[in-house]
Structures are given as structure tokens and as C-alpha cells.
Ligand binder design. Structure first.
Ligand code: SAH
Length: 252
């Protein structure tokens, strides 16, 4: 059987309890290169075969899983963050289905949540933004036309951009053309939750220069929106006058 496991954003203790148990049990581990903390691999049992998928193509990854299966071994495919976000797991799962190899997925803490924790922010603030757009600037991988940053910008929702740290100029241009103000707050989190984590706070206007100054060109998230600012409304949930299923609000 093959288990796709989310390794978490970086810090070695941010893998799930289930994920760590699977890692300890694995006969074969195929991990997603430099984005997975190598410390995690120390959990592997003696004799476990470990492959770095940065040097492999899809066929080679599937071949390793197939061979393991043939020998009755258990494989962990270790992906960074949560495998469902830019994990390229669908193509692997489809190949496994074709070969009738059983698999399941163990979720992980995505770097988008690792970054929120490091920044101490809430992505969904009442009267500021109640939606989170997870996207990327178009690079080598095409983005459907209706999802280009200019279109998405019209919502002014909290935006979290993966795989875009080398495209800061494009991000700035498209988001401003799409309707964000130049002074919209932006945070860049490089290697969230890793010991070498770096946080940059700026505005859309200065984003490319600031990233260049800090030499951040990869392994970073660009987070855009007024949730990074100072104004918001308090929640209804904990409002003393608000009645919920569990608590009667005070009369005013
Ligand atoms: N599945 C992963 C994302 C993989 S795509 C997740 O859920 O986090 C790879 C991209 O994720 C990187 O280019 C970068 O934009 C982002 N990323 C991954 N780990 C990160 C981290 N610790 N800090 C900041 N960004 C990270």
C-alpha cells in the first residue's frame, strides 16, 4: 500500500501524529526534495529505502512504488505541507489506480497555515475579508484565464500566493491593475516554521524591491490583504450581546 503523507510546512514537529507513525513504519520513503525537512527522515526505520523525488520523473516515482508493492512493502510518499495544495498527487494516484495499487492520503499542515501562525494573523476577519484565495502567478505552469491575478484581485479578499516568489513584479502589476490599492499590506514568509524562516512586511507598491533586497526568490508565500492591517470588527461568536446555541447573550 502507498500512503501519501503531508510532511507539514517545515518544523519537524508539525507533521501529524498519523503521518509520523506511517513514516516510522515505512519500508520505502519517496520524499519531495528540499521542501521536506530532512530531519523527518531520521524517523525512518533501519533498512528503509529512501528516495529524493527531486531527481526523479513521474515514471520513476511510480516504478519505485510498483516495485515496493510487488515485494509486499509499504511506501510513504512524503509531500511538503498538505499534499492537496500544489502536490501533484492526482497524477500519481491515477497511475496507482491503473495498476490496482491501494493508496490513501494523510493530511498535513500546509505552509499557508504555518505562515499564518508565524505572522500571528487571522486570514478571515469580520468586515475585512471572509474569503481566502489560494493561487499563484502564472509561470511555466499555465493558469486558467478566468483565474489570472487581475481577475482574482477584484474580490479584494485575503490572497495567498504560492510558487510566485520569483514573479513579484508581475504580482504587483496584476494585483494593482485588478483593483488592490498600492498601499495594501503584504507579508512574505520565507521558509515558514523552519529555523531559517524570514518575514518581510511591506505594501504592494514596494513588494518587488523589498523581496530583492532580502534575496527571497523561492520557498516563500506572498500574502496580500487588509487582514494584515489594523482595522476589523469583533466576531459575533464571542460578543456578550449575541445569543448562540450554547450561550444566552446579555440584554442591552
Ligand atoms: N503542498 C505545499 C505546497 C507545495 S508547492 C503546502 O501545502 O504548503 C511549493 C510552494 O509552497 C513553494 O514554492 C512556496 O511557495 C510554498 N511553500 C512550501 N513550504 C513553504 C514554507 N515552509 N514557507 C513558505 N512557503 C512555502
Amino acid at each position: 500500500m502507498v500512503h501519501f503523507v503531508g510532511a507539514g510546512p517545515g518544523a519537524v514537529d508539525l507533521i501529524t501524529v498519523r503521518g509520523l507513525a506511517l513514516l516510522k513504519e515505512a519500508d520505502v520513503i519517496v520524499y519531495a526534495g528540499s521542501l521536506v525537512n530532512p530531519e523527518l527522515l531520521k524517523a525512518a526505520k533501519e533498512g528503509c529505502k529512501i528516495y529524493n523525488s527531486a531527481y526523479m520523473n513521474l515514471e520513476e516515482v511510480i516504478h519505485v512504488m510498483e516495485e515496493a508493492e510487488r515485494m509486499g512493502l509499504m511506501t510513504v510518499r512524503l509531500h511538503t505541507g498538505d499534499p492537496a495544495i500544489y502536490g501533484a498527487i492526482r497524477e500519481q494516484m491515477d497511475e496507482l489506480e491503473k495498476r490496482e495499487i491501494a493508496y490513501d492520503v494523510c493530511p498535513g499542515v500546509s505552509s499557508l497555515f504555518g505562515a499564518a501562525a508565524s505572522l500571528g494573523v487571522e486570514y478571515t476577519l469580520p468586515e475585512v475579508s471572509q474569503s481566502v484565495i489560494i493561487s499563484r502567478a502564472e509561470g511555466k505552469t499555465p493558469v486558467p484565464r478566468k483565474e489570472n491575478l487581475r481577475e482574482l484581485a477584484s474580490h479584494q479578499a485575503t490572497m495567498i500566493l504560492f510558487l510566485s516568489s520569483s514573479l513579484a513584479k508581475k504580482v504587483k502589476k496584476e494585483l494593482i491593475e485588478g483593483g488592490y490599492r498600492e498601499d495594501t499590506p503584504v507579508a512574505v514568509v520565507y521558509k515558514a516554521t523552519w529555523p531559517e524562516e524570514k518575514i518581510l512586511r511591506t505594501t504592494l507598491q514596494y513588494l518587488p524591491e523589498e523581496m530583492e533586497k532580502e534575496k527571497i526568490t523561492k520557498t516563500a508565500l506572498i500574502i496580500v490583504g487588509q487582514v494584515l492591517g489594523d482595522t476589523y470588527a469583533k466576531s459575533k461568536l464571542y460578543d456578550s450581546c449575541f445569543t448562540t446555541e450554547f450561550r444566552k447573550g446579555k440584554e442591552v
